[in-house]
Design a protein around this ligand. Structure first.
Ligand code: GUN
Length: 323
């Protein structure tokens, strides 16, 4: 867009740049709030139950640099919240049977309340089988069939909801976005991220959903279809992992854009940087936008802490699971 400045004599000087007018949704603020609530609740419980020591174990396979960074963030968050955490590393040659043996052993350890298997896995390991090996009561990622199935029926705060989907849910709630009867687009259909988000957006409010008409887009969606459904959407959640996929021509003014993409790319100067799925130019639209980094990512980590405390409370009988 071409803006102009009016000078004293009435002439207009064109300006060859556009203003950034989008409002940034600061995920770090919500993440800090969630982590301090977890920390305070844990302090309160431990006043009467000092033996209550929630702990999660992260199982890491191979040497994926991005996974190492995520695991470090999870451990830092756990330490802030007062939760115990440990990472168990395995070579990327570990067999599926050995990995399942480790998970079964951890399932039986009463000092461990949460188990995460850091993804992605090497190709010889079946992600679905490995994720389903975690006992549902310790599945703080919410990736088992049992917990994903429960999500179809109800999305209450005592269910183990996948952390990124829970982050998106709470961002929408904390922003006070009107959703009833509105339209949402979710780009990406992974079992762990895109599909659970689409379910929550489309579900009945009485079940904890948002009553939105939800369109699911993916790699088979033609570009023109993607552009037209996005242009019509009140909320766009992109979890495609394609940097800059959605640009300003695809965004309706007033929309809320939630960027779940975390793409490692090279900057113009050759530096490794992180980019989201939304093109930077969406900032020129009057919309709300989660930044990358600093948007959904920190909230996902914070909700892992929430789920770990939840799992430990359910296991200790401090709280009951919703039906
Ligand atoms: N890899 C990237 N994000 C996640 C996550 O939220 N959980 C697990 N287990 N692996 C991941």
């Amino acid at each position: 867009m071409l803006f102009s400045i009016t000078i004293g004599n009435g002439y207009h000087i064109p300006r060859m740049f556009s203003r950034n007018i989008a409002t940034l949704i600061k995920g770090t603020e919500l993440a800090n709030k969630i982590k301090s609530e977890v920390r305070n609740e844990l302090i309160n419980i431990r006043q009467t139950k000092p033996e209550f020591e929630p702990q999660f174990v992260a199982i890491a396979i191979g040497n994926n640099p991005a996974s190492s960074i995520y695991l470090q963030r999870k451990q830092e968050a756990a330490s802030y919240c007062g939760l115990k955490s440990k990472v168990i590393h395995f070579e990327d040659t570990i067999s599926q049977k050995s990995l399942i043996d480790v998970i079964n052993h951890t399932n039986k350890d009463p000092s461990i309340h949460g188990i995460i298997v850091q993804l992605p896995l090497p190709n010889h390991l079946c992600e679905t089988t490995i994720c389903n090996a975690v006992h549902p009561s310790k599945d703080v990622d919410g990736f088992t069939q049992t917990n994903l199935g429960k999500l179809m029926q109800k999305m209450s705060d005592s269910n183990m909801i996948p952390c990124t989907a829970l982050a998106v849910k709470k961002i929408i709630e904390s922003e006070g976005i009107e959703t009833y009867g509105k339209t949402a687009v979710v780009i990406g259909r992974s079992h762990n991220v895109g599909l659970p988000i689409a379910i929550i957006l489309g579900a009945d409010k009485q079940k904890g959903g948002f009553d939105m008409t939800t369109v699911s887009c993916h790699r088979a969606t033609p570009n023109e279809t993607l552009a037209s459904v996005c242009r019509n959407a009140d909320i766009i959640v992109s979890a495609a992992g394609v940097p800059g996929l959605v640009d300003k021509t695809m965004v309706k003014p007033g929309a809320c854009l939630i960027d779940v993409g975390l793409n490692r790319v090279k900057s113009e100067t050759g530096k490794d940087i992180v980019r989201g799925d939304f093109n930077k130019n969406v900032s020129q639209v009057d919309c709300r936008l989660t930044p990358v980094p600093g948007g959904v990512g920190p909230c996902t980590v914070a909700f892992l802490m929430y789920n770990t405390l939840l799992a430990a409370k359910l296991q200790a009988g401090i709280m009951n699971q919703a039906e």
